[in-house]
Design a protein around this ligand. Structure first.
Ligand SMILES: *[C@@H]1O[C@H](CO)[C@@H](O)[C@H](O)[C@H]1NC(C)=O
Ligand SMILES: *[C@@H]1O[C@H](CO)[C@@H](O)[C@H](O)[C@H]1NC(C)=O
Ligand SMILES: *[C@@H]1O[C@H](CO)[C@@H](O)[C@H](O)[C@H]1NC(C)=O
Ligand SMILES: *[C@@H]1O[C@H](CO)[C@@H](O)[C@H](O)[C@H]1NC(C)=O
Length: 606
């Protein structure tokens, strides 16, 4: 089934859908682009993401996105990004770490998630929201603590997007960023209607009795024109409110809204024709993630369909970071008098992992970080890459006047205005891994890293938490057996929400621990449980640290018995996950010399 017949008939009345409704074969199905980047249907909202196929509730859309944790930005910059102490455009495009999964929240004191693709591009529409995103999974695609690539890429991947209602081909995809997002962006976006604005607008429409009015005035062209002017006067009235901006923008749409409701007219308006998408849109699902064919590289991006030489592999709008030093990370120092922690500017300890996902140049402090779909997975090939980046020729996401501006200019630019296109250097077959040349400076840095890399002590024995979590049958070690309780890098938590009633045969009262989880101080004892006709399983006695009144300094120690394996999970200790491995590789990709604008030169390195 390719179209929802009833909706399509109505939609074609407005948008003159072309005759592209003929059934297609399964073969065409992989050839056909299913997801497009095009101008949002929300005025002044920039880019939008559109489906070119019909979607049903729970359909998965596109491919899962990676997430890059960004930690303690304010601390390392001695300021606050919201107060604009330092230019951090990504603040607007990042998610709370919890949106990437609990696991990421535990990375550091303050973590946010840069989620490219679906996590950054779709717009928000409180009423028309039609997609939701899942949380990330974590694994390093076979790269271990003994490999030089460890910590050089994010292990967070596969954050999937799902339809939450039927979505017709051509419709724009909308997420819900929450009301607050609009309330804090009034200057930029104007008074965007909120959910509660619609009933008011609808009531107004009813009271206005437009329909009766029009009926009385039927056959009179002049008065209809007058009505139309009158309506525009109402919706353009300068004292704007959110319900007012929820009103249909012209008389024709207002008439339709009276018949079918404002919601339905907005649905029509949030749709672009398939012709329009094919002509003006950019395909977003030409590449899909997978395990890289390059040894030690982790994940890679693969052609999801045949990509002819010279064609677009992926569009990539770019977020600018005018001063790359804001990605520096420093040691902390404690003020002996106030006991407050602050950064020790003299001790650079590393750089944010994000650096590896941005482009820069030796003679500029400017970094450009793409947020394209799956582009973060594209690996380096210095000899025979099959793709490259060029400045996009599409003014939808690239304004070439910025290539002539000095870097200083970007300090006052709070929206992305630049874009790369990844293009095919030769024919690329479906399933081939996509590579670009990251540049000679990058390659030198990587070669030097390979030569100097020393795996962390004890790496041979290191078992990452995701592997420990996946193993539900091996007995867990007790404190007597392992005093470190699974190395100094790992914490154990007890997750109450995960205990099934059946196995909760216990001496403890769940209500007493009604928050989600608590740190396991140590496992004291393990007993094997044997029941007729059931596989054996272990139950544990453990000491639990429970925060008192949410005070992170004060704990009570509880001893729990009969805790099942399902309730126990492993996490990296703060600042101990793969990206914090000492000496993990950090280097930006290079903006190719032949496209690097001389106006951006501001620092001079050897
Ligand atoms: C979608 O998935 C949710 C959760 O798995 C389920 O409750 C719901 O019934 C599903 N809806 C449809 C239409 O399949
Ligand atoms: C990718 O590699 C990981 C780790 O080696 C493995 O578990 C996973 O199954 C691989 N995925 C695919 C699609 O081959
Ligand atoms: C590009 O940006 C400049 C400001 O730097 C602006 O004046 C111009 O209108 C923009 N061009 C387009 C096509 O948006
Ligand atoms: C807890 O339960 C959720 C949902 O069933 C599951 O996805 C998750 O893996 C569980 N966590 C642990 C540590 O078992």
């Amino acid at each position: 089934m390719r179209f929802l017949p009833s909706i399509r008939v109505l939609a074609s009345a407005i948008f003159c859908f072309s005759a592209s409704t003929s059934p297609t074969s399964a073969d065409d199905d992989t050839k056909k682009c299913k997801l497009y980047l095009a101008k949002s249907t929300i005025p002044n909202a920039g880019l939008g993401v559109f489906t070119s196929i019909n979607l049903f509730p729970n359909d998965s859309i596109g491919y899962g996105d990676p997430a890059i944790p960004i930690v303690d930005m304010d601390f390392h910059n001695d300021g606050s990004s919201s107060a604009e102490d330092y230019h951090w455009l990504l603040d607007d495009y990042n998610w709370k770490a919890s949106a990437a999964g609990y696991f990421m929240e535990a990375e550091a004191e303050k973590t946010s998630a840069h989620v490219s693709g679906m996590g950054a591009m779709p717009n928000c529409h409180m009423r028309l929201k039609n997609i939701v995103e899942s949380v990330n999974e974590y694994d390093t695609a076979g790269v271990t603590r003994g490999d030089p690539g460890i910590g050089a890429f994010t292990g967070y991947h596969n954050r999937k997007t799902f339809a939450i209602k039927p979505i017709e081909a051509g419709q724009e995809l909308f997420v819900d960023y929450g009301k607050q997002w609009f309330l804090t962006r009034e200057n930029d976006m104007g008074l965007v209607p909120l959910v509660e604005s619609y009933p008011i607008a609808t009531k107004f429409l009813d009271h206005f009795r437009l329909k009766d009015f029009l009926e009385r005035l039927m056959f009179s062209r002049e008065s209809e024109e007058l009505m139309s002017d009158l309506w525009e006067l109402i919706v353009r009235f300068p004292y704007k409110s959110r319900p007012q901006s929820a009103l249909p923008k012209n008389l024709n749409t207002a008439k339709k809204a009276i018949e079918r409701g404002i919601y339905q007219t907005e649905l029509w308006q949030s749709t672009r024709s398939l012709d329009e998408l094919e002509r003006d849109g950019k395909c977003l699902d030409n590449i899909r993630p997978g395990n890289s064919t390059i040894s030690g590289a982790g994940r890679g991006a693969f052609a999801a369909r045949f990509l002819p030489k010279g064609s677009l592999v992926a569009p990539a709008p770019l977020l600018h970071v005018p001063d790359r030093d804001i990605l520096n990370m420093y040691a902390d120092k404690i003020d002996p008098f106030t006991q407050e922690e602050y950064r020790d500017f003299s001790k650079l300890t590393g750089r944010q992992l994000l650096l590896n996902y941005c482009f820069g140049h030796r003679s500029s402090s400017l970094l450009l970080c793409p947020y394209g779909f799956q582009t973060a997975f594209i690996n380096h090939n210095g000899i025979s890459p099959n793709a490259k980046v060029i400045w996009s020729t599409d003014s939808m996401y690239h304004n070439s006047s910025f290539l002539e501006q000095p870097v200083k200019h970007f300090d006052n630019v709070w929206r992305p205005f630049l874009g790369f296109d990844y293009v095919a250097l030769r024919d690329i077959q479906e399933g081939e891994e996509i590579t670009i040349n990251y540049g000679a400076h990058w390659e030198q840095a990587w070669t030097a890293h390979l030569q100097s890399w020393v795996p962390p002590i004890g790496y041979e024995k290191f078992v990452p938490p995701q592997v420990l979590n996946a193993d539900r049958t091996s007995p867990l070690r007790t404190f007597d057996e392992d005093e470190t309780m699974y190395t100094d890098h790992i914490d154990l938590y007890c997750e109450f929400s995960n205990i099934s009633i059946k196995k909760q045969k216990s001496e403890w009262d769940q209500d007493e621990f009604n928050t989600n989880d608590h740190k396991v101080y140590r496992i004291l004892e393990r007993t094997k449980n044997h029941e007729e006709g059931e596989p054996d399983y272990y139950l544990y006695t453990l000491d639990l640290l429970v925060e008192i009144d949410g005070n992170a300094e004060k704990f009570m120690l509880y001893t729990l018995t009969n805790v099942p394996r399902e309730a126990i999970s492993f996490y990296y200790k703060r600042y101990h996950s793969d990206m914090f491995v000492s000496g993990a590789f950090r280097h930006e990709m290079m903006i190719p010399d032949d496209i690097f604008p001389s106006a951006w030169k501001n620092i001079y390195l050897s």
